[in-house]
Design a binder for this molecule. Structure first.
Ligand code: COA
Ligand code: MG
Length: 306
């Protein structure tokens, strides 16, 4: 389940829900949290449930996820409403640490049985930087055993509200140090847990050129995907988080060169350039991530290691 683009759609908005089917996003995230006014949540739950019911797995042309509310809010009511319609995954916001993900895993264990949904089929993406405690504890993901967790995502808006900051930007308009630090920590936490690292929203949704540049940099840093809030953001995100034809060709040549040596060498030369074991690993990851290396992927298509 590769997640280059995750398009958020407010769960109570019929016009936007209607646009979700052909968005081209790897995952549509039907939102029950912050894009829905609290008074509209019951309506949103009903609409999201119906949207999923009308699109059973065989009829889905992208993954259908649901962002529920936090555990100290209406998480359980949200889950009780949507699990029966077998979403591909749940986005869990405002976590305090890995134990919240673990709690969600237990809830899903029970609800999948209750509703006759395939056990273990519903995956989790945690929004891991929305409380100060969660940021300080990101290193714990390295040891956490969370079989449903496939991605970590970060966000700056709720963190700045929780901190009591009046802005999350510095004088040059970049993320202030606290948020850059949180972002890097999420990247490392995701890699140490062997899950995908999903970069945050690019709020200026008319500026698709700026978005493409930001995604290119983010992909070079090791992020594997990005949140989208508008359909126009999906194509630039998909493009920038997919490897170029040249990248794929080179990765294939590196893997082939090492395969040819049958484990006897640690370094190869290709077109006058030296490639050693870290290059081989990076090439294998790239091919595995995009489903191009049969031995490098799990049954469900997730990379066995990122
Ligand atoms: N998903 C699906 N369709 C969307 C969409 C989204 N996230 N955002 C916009 N659209 C649709 C609009 O409904 C419109 O279609 P329509 O004319 O048939 O109604 C079309 O795309 C063009 O939209 P546009 O007029 O450019 O934007 P807008 O003013 O309608 O909406 C936002 C702007 C920011 C309010 C909207 O993009 C949005 O709600 N995004 C999601 C916000 C969210 O989920 N935030 C939480 C996660 S961080
Ligand atoms: Mg939020």
């Amino acid at each position: 389940m590769y997640l280059r683009s995750m398009l958020y759609v407010p769960g109570d908005d019929d016009r936007k829900l209607a646009k979700a089917d052909n968005s081209g996003a790897d995952a549509v995230v039907l939102d029950l949290e912050d894009s829905v006014a609290a008074a509209n949540r019951p309506v949103a739950r009903h609409k999201v449930r119906r949207f999923l019911d009308e699109r059973p797995h065989r009829a889905r042309n992208c993954q259908l996820w649901v962002r529920i509310n936090a555990f100290d809010d209406s998480a359980l009511t949200d889950l009780a409403a949507v699990v029966t319609a077998a979403p591909d995954g749940i986005v869990l916001p405002k976590i305090n640490g890995p134990e919240d993900v673990s709690r969600l895993e237990h809830c899903l264990d029970a609800l999948e049985v209750r509703d006759g949904v395939e056990p273990g089929s519903i995956k989790i993406c945690a929004v891991a930087t929305e409380t100060p405690a969660a940021v300080l504890r990101l290193h714990e993901f390295a040891q956490a055993r969370l079989p449903r967790l496939v991605a970590l995502n970060w966000g700056a808006e709720d963190l700045s509200a929780a901190i009591g900051a009046s802005t999350n930007l510095d004088a040059t308009g970049q993320w202030a140090l606290t948020y850059r630090w949180a972002r890097s920590a999420v990247l490392l936490a995701a890699k140490s847990a062997g899950v995908q690292a999903v970069d945050t929203v690019y709020v200026d949704y008319r500026d698709t050129e700026g978005l493409a540049t930001a995604c290119r940099e983010s992909a070079q840093e090791g992020f594997t995907g990005r949140v989208a809030i508008h359909p126009d953001q999906v194509a630039p995100i998909n493009e920038q988080f997919a490897p170029s034809d040249e990248d794929v060709a080179l990765a294939r040549r590196i893997v082939a060169a090492f395969d040819g040596s049958e484990g006897a060498v640690g370094t190869v030369g290709i077109d006058g350039r030296m490639f050693d074991i870290p290059h081989l690993k990076r090439a294998q990851h790239l091919l595995a991530r995009h489903g191009l290396l049969p031995n490098g992927t799990n049954d469900d298509g997730t990379p066995s290691e990122l």
